[in-house]
Unconditional design. Structure first.
Length: 253
């Protein structure tokens, strides 16, 4: 039984067993009770990692054709596949679970935000992204790659860029390099007035990232507050903690 590639779903399937084994090695660094794979596709990674979960393994796949293929090729996945759009799926487990996947490029950033929503139950995520996106998630302050995705992710997770993956590791090969990163949930999160205020402030600050902060953030602070030297910096110069602290000073316009 064969399957077809669907460009509309951003499908690039892994064909390099060594990449899968490298990802498996990262997962083996700590015991995993429950594991969720996002977009198993043709099962290249699935066949190496399904047995790592000591309690339960599940895989969420939107493409019905791929599910039929997986069940034929790997009968042991019976009852472990969830046909759903990950971005719309309900939380797959009670208690904590690890998220892993070769993420579709066209929704990879949205997958990260979904994991942030589930952070109380997700102590770790291991994911393959387009290299540029992986670098943005892992970027540190004072760099061009540092932005909204960096700050919001790093507020809750420590990010480690692990290794590059070349286009030849996929079928069909994408036009860009890929990268694998690991998110490890922090033991303590920064303190802010509310998650909504924090997210809003970060998004507004980076909305005009080339300008000093006093420009994009003017509606949220008094004229006197804006004289603080902090507001002569650009968004990319502020740490996660800086943004969190600012939520206690801002007001709603």
């Amino acid at each position: 039984m064969q399957y077809t590639l669907k460009k509309s779903l951003g499908q690039h399937f892994l064909n390099d067993a060594q990449v899968c084994l490298n990802m498996k090695a990262v997962l083996l660094e700590q015991p995993i009770a429950q594991l969720v794979e996002v977009g198993p596709g043709g099962g290249a990674l699935t066949q190496h990692i399904h047995e790592l979960a000591t309690v339960s393994f599940k895989a969420i796949e939107l493409d019905r054709e791929k599910i039929a293929f997986l069940l034929k090729e790997f009968p042991y996945l019976q009852g472990k596949l969830i046909e759903a759009d990950f971005l719309e799926a309900g939380i797959p487990f009670e208690n904590e679970f690890v998220v892993v996947g070769n993420f579709p490029y066209n929704i990879s950033t949205q997958i990260v935000f979904k994991v942030l929503e589930w952070r109380a139950q997700v102590p770790m995520m291991l994911g393959m992204f387009q290299k540029e996106v992986a670098e943005r998630i892992a970027a540190k302050p004072n760099s061009k790659a540092y932005g909204i995705l960096s700050v919001l992710t790093q507020a809750f997770y420590d990010v480690t860029y692990l290794f590059d993956v070349p286009p030849t590791a996929f079928t069909p090969p994408p036009k860009v390099m890929s990268g694998v990163i690991k998110l490890t949930r922090k033991k303590t999160f920064p303190t802010f007035t509310s998650e909504k205020a924090f997210f809003h402030l970060v998004k507004m600050a980076f909305g005009q990232r080339r300008k000093m902060l006093r420009n994009p953030l003017k509606p949220y602070f008094t004229t006197e507050q804006l004289t603080d030297p902090l507001f002569t910096k650009r968004a990319e110069n502020l740490t996660v903690e800086d943004f969190a602290a600012l939520t206690f000073k801002m007001h709603t316009p």
